[in-house]
Design a protein around this ligand. Sequence first.
Ligand code: DLL
Length: 438
Amino acid sequence: MTSRQPLDTTGLEGEAKVRLQGERLHALVERLSNCDNPFWSERLAGVDPRAITSVDDLASLPYTVKADLRDTYPLGMVTTKMSGTTRLHASSGTSGKPTIVVYTPGDIAIWAEVNARALALAGAGPDDILHNGYGYGLFTGGLGLHNGGERLGCTVVPVSGGNTALQLRLLEDLGSRVMSATPSFALLLAERARQQGVLDRLKVEIGILGAEPWSEGMRSRIEAAWGHGFQALDIYGLSEVIGPGVAMEAPDDLGALNVFDDHFLPEIVDPASGTVVADGEWGELVLTTLTKEAMPVVRYRTGDITRILPGSGIEGRNWTRIARLTGRVDDMIIIRGINVYPREIETVLMEDPDIGTNYAIVVDRRDLMAELRVRAELTAEAAGRTEDSSARLKKVLLDRLRIRVGVELVPAGSMFRTEAGKVQRVFEQTDETDPLVR
Ligand code: DLL
């Protein structure tokens, strides 16, 4: 038997936390200034590490952005010797080059630690079998939750995405209580389980769901699809910072993500000006890795929209809390001068009982003025109500978003489903080809 260090699921209180963060920030900046890495030498050229002693000094540090990783592709932001690194992951870039991230054994240990905390906050423990449905491979989801599950002492089933028949068989035979997957895949599994008549035999109670934006409406749909008191909890993270396990929602404090702020320091900035916003205001999440060795980031602009929640939430739990992500800065669609976020459309769709959970948004750019169209599956029960439902939905979308949205309702089960990887909800149409046909 190996003995394990106890997990810190509460975090440090006030002064002690601020002191630790200050010390770690100072050490980070000092190391990056002296690490003989051209990117960091240039980026920190105007910074005197001796002047960075507390979190209040953060604002005097420069940002890092996604383009920095792309410009230094593949390994230009690695600050340690390659002999000291043991793992590489990548996230598929939208513009060709993947974003590569590299880890030392120390980074992997921290990553396991924060994911173990996330699982523990969700209510998992060493007795649990963790059915890990995140993709294994270059994507950080699979191995991130995997290492966290092992660190917590769970028995991890590295099932990865896809192959729903095998997944349902394992869930049923092993009686797993905890599963991790993207929200869209968790939903697909529940729907397949119902279709195959095995849903009542499954014992899953906790879903650790993330890697995609998902609304409160989608949460209700996922929980209803699983039934049996299933609780869908949100996990957040990004490769550039570490992968999953940057922040986690707890069942006794729904709507709040606990940021593990002894390792990841959050700030919220105005996405346009880059200035830090007042406490509690919405903006872009910026994260500094306080302990990463191979590829730290300083004030990384995540592009994700949230706000710091006031107060401390649950007594004795001290993590900085942020709101669940509402979308990305670059998700915003502009239609006739009005800004729309996909999440707002999802919210409207999920409130309508006739609409199923599979939908897509098409930004039709065939004419000079872009138009918005939604294609969604009806529920099986609403099969005969296409006309009424689409008229109602059009009206609600117009009332709520103040733009006309075309609505096309199709039979349940007729649209493409993502079985592995992140679901794509927004598609561009520029010619006569239907962007939703696969
Ligand atoms: O998606 C890491 C991850 C894996 C998180 C498994 C949670 C669970 P990337 O592929 O680099 O890493 O994508 C990161 O996905 O900047 C967000 O825009 C989005 N994202 C991740 N988690 C959430 C979430 C992983 N809970 C990008 N809610 C991030 C909304 C999320 N968006």
